[in-house]
Design a protein around this ligand. Structure first.
Ligand SMILES: Nc1ncnc2c1ncn2[C@@H]1O[C@H](COP(=O)(O)OP(=O)(O)OP(=O)(O)O)[C@@H](O)[C@H]1O
Length: 698
């Protein structure tokens, strides 16, 4: 049994350490690196101007930023800004102002969210309604730490911490082991169900019956390719048949959109919450914001929007301070009116929806404040922090929770290494070595503490997902596993099935013998590569030809080293050449580059592979492991990189190694086993692993 206030208190301190780690990282990067380095690292874009300004959804000011004509305009340089990123828009610091400007986060201009990214411009929706948009001079965009997420997690855990025992629902009590899940009778578990999809396999049907019969909580364990989403769609339809109202959540927009897309053909009354700019185009018709615009009341809302646009334009033309102030005042009034009208339309739409879908984070927004649900369903639950899963649970007070996921895939990335307190946070402008040192010290302190005798609080870790914790708490009786997989050739499946899933996976007939040579529509030549599902190139016998190299991050060594700015990283040139050779062989047989993915754990190697492959094989997918999880490809080539005499595979050791010139990258945070296992479950017909068995084998 877990004490609820202790749990919440512990989560709050872990979350605070995590936020500090993230803020420290961003602050250090922006304060210790010149804007040009940040630009090269993909964290900033320089020399911009506002090419258009308008009022967007929710009455927010939306800026479109393009390259300043003074620098020749044209396409933006390569950058890593993505839709949803939080950015600062500010006047670009000049000369002596530069250091001061970059150190003071308060002088970074206005903040907003990236809503569109095109080759020639980036669109940003500003957070503050009356933000003073920077006007003169060249502007720059810089990526900022995202503390919005953490604020909501904090609110949620604070709410849990302060709840009185009498306020805990039966669900909450079960989730903390204060009571056991209500037992289900055999009749309930074997009840006859009228399936919408008669092709469901036995393990899928069993999981749905189980989730329908559960009173408080049910876990659906779906290993890769076992039709987890397929199963969830049927579960949603079955719940609707039983007149239940459902809130469906996932940790990312893409996880939620995936369900919206697959639910859409069933003509279910549903609404997707969330900023339209972050939703897949195919999902927009179900988005609350778009439905709001297309409903009857839309016309009056549009009128006000037009008026607001006109006012915005006049602000930009007005230099007189008093006039500007007056216009801001009028805009405020218009916004108020706009929101009231929009609010009424929104609330009507929500009331009519039997299924509401949002990210876990989004479920904490004001839209769901007075909405009631019978079931909260969380997909990709093992990719979410436990605190995230509590957002919909506490926001709706629903009596039942269904979690779907695979706890054996990579958990969410944690930056703070479970440092309990944020003691490692350096003072503003501290040098990076001090931070690394600080983290090390706090870690040692924690280790000392746990040796003396663990308390319950010490057992609570940020990376323990709710899925994991519930399995430990209640055991397999709250879980059903999907066992037939529809993705991998039987031989590719064997190793992950044995290593991770107790050899329980079965390959569906349609996939178990599929090879590259049988690719539909392709005249594929039969070669050793296209008739073998699994190939391992072992480089250990190469007398050291295939040794890894550590990239040197010396900025002064010129543009050749550009990629190394992203991280102190490892490369293995011979391995990269072998990857290129193998990909070349596959393409020669007729396999399309877009059916091939190359995966590696190091950014350095990724950059090298990108140089070798991207232009030669247009459409090939290159990725780190985090980015690749969850996606399937006909053929996957893995470059493990590590090869040294010491047999060292310390990926994790690099996680926090910040030194003056290096910028940490998420890609260097995973260890070899994880890389290997995740990559193993992605290919359908062919997997090729290149590595040094002596180094990696250890
Ligand atoms: N009962 C079934 N009969 C035939 N095909 C199925 C069945 N269930 C799932 N599939 C197929 O298996 C594939 C994987 O399904 P789905 O995308 O639902 O799985 P998933 O487990 O959510 O995938 P991921 O591993 O990407 O999370 C899809 O092509 C789907 O059509």
């Amino acid at each position: 049994m877990t004490d609820i206030p202790t749990f919440a208190t512990s989560q709050l301190s872990l979350l605070s350490a995590e936020l500090q780690a993230e803020l420290t990282e961003t602050q250090l990067l922006t304060s210790t690196h010149a804007p040009s380095i940040l630009q090269r690292a993909g964290l900033a874009v320089l020399n911009l101007h506002i090419s258009s300004q308008r009022t967007g959804l929710g009455g927010k000011t939306v800026l479109e930023l393009s390259l300043d004509p003074a620098v020749g305009g044209g396409e933006l340089p390569e950058h890593g800004l993505r839709v949803g990123d939080i950015v600062g828009v500010a006047e670009q610091p000049r000369g002596a102002e530069r250091k001061k400007e970059r150190e003071g986060m308060e002088s970074r201009g206005v903040e907003g969210v990236v809503t569109k990214v095109h080759r020639e411009n980036v669109t940003v929706a500003l957070d503050k309604e009356d933000a003073d948009v920077p006007t003169g001079g060249k502007l720059w965009l810089v990526k900022l730490a995202n503390d919005v997420t953490w604020k909501r997690l904090n609110q949620t855990m604070t709410k849990l911490q302060k709840m009185q025992p009498s306020e805990h629902s039966s669900l909450t009590q079960v989730l903390f082991g204060q009571s056991s899940p209500t037992p289900m009778s055999k009749d309930e578990l074997n009840a006859k169900v009228k399936w919408h999809d008669p092709s469901l396999n036995d393990s899928q049907q069993d999981a749905i019956r189980f989730a329908l019969a559960s009173r408080e909580v049910a876990l659906i364990h779906g290993p890769p390719g076992t039709g987890k989403t397929h199963t969830l769609i049927e579960l949603i339809l079955q719940l609707l048949d039983r007149k239940q109202r459902i809130l469906v959540c996932g940790p990312s927009n893409i996880s939620v959109d995936n369900i919206v897309e697959r639910l859409s053909p069933h003509k279910v009354p549903m609404v997707r919450l969330g900023h339209p700019a972050r939703l897949l185009p195919g999902v927009l018709n179900h988005s609350l914001e778009v439905l709001t615009k297309t409903s009857e009341a839309a016309a009056i809302v549009q009128d006000i929007r037009g008026e607001m646009d006109a006012k915005q334009a006049s602000i930009r033309k007005t230099r007189n301070g008093r006039e500007r102030k007056a216009i801001y005042g009028e805009m405020r009034e218009l916004r108020k009116e706009y929101r009231q009208r929009e609010g009424r339309v929104v609330s009507d739409l929500l009331k009519q929806s039997k299924v509401v879908l949002s990210t876990l984070h989004g479920a904490g927004g004001f839209h769901l404040k007075n909405e009631q649900f019978d079931v909260v369903l969380v997909d990709e639950a093992s990719q979410a922090l436990e605190a995230q899963c509590w957002i919909p649970v506490l926001a709706t007070g629903a009596p039942k929770l269904v979690l779907a996921g695979d706890h054996l895939q990579l958990p969410p990335t944690i930056k703070s290494l479970n440092v309990k307190e944020a003691k490692a946070t350096p003072k503003k402008g501290a040098n990076v070595d001090e931070v690394a040192d600080g983290v090390a010290k706090v870690k040692v302190k924690n280790e000392e503490k746990s040796e003396k005798g663990k308390t319950k609080e010490d057992d609570i870790k940020l990376e323990t997902t709710l899925f994991d914790r519930l399995l430990t708490l209640h055991g397999n009786k709250i879980k059903r596993m999907l066992t037939t997989q529809y993705r991998m050739h039987e031989t590719i499946m064997e190793f992950p099935s044995c290593a991770l899933y107790d050899s329980k996976l079965i390959a569906a007939d349609a996939v178990k013998a599929r090879l590259l040579k049988d690719l539909p529509g392709g005249d594929i030549t039969e070669t050793e590569d296209t008739t073998e599902p699994l190939i391992f190139f072992d480089t250990s016998a190469s007398n050291g030809d295939f040794r890894e190299k550590t990239e040197d991050n010396d900025e002064s060594s010129g543009p050749k080293k550009k990629s190394s700015l992203l991280a102190e990283s490892k490369v293995n040139e011979h391995e990269a050449a072998l990857v290129a050779l193998h990909v070349g062989n596959l393409v020669e047989t007729g396999v399309k580059p877009e059916d091939i993915a190359v995966v590696t754990p190091y950014n350095g190697q990724l950059a090298l592979l990108s140089q070798l492959l991207k232009e030669r094989f247009v459409g090939i997918e290159l990725g780190s492991v985090d980015g690749f999880q969850g996606r399937e490809k006909e053929a996957v080539v893995v470059s493990l990189v590590r090869s040294n005499e010491e047999g060292e595979v310390g990926f994790l050791g690099e996680k926090r190694r910040l030194n003056g010139d290096s910028i940490p990258s998420p890609c260097s945070c995973r260890d070899a086993d994880e890389v290997f296992l995740v990559a193993m479950t992605r290919p359908k017909r062919h997997l090729c692993v290149i590595g040094d068995s002596e180094t990696v084998g250890r």
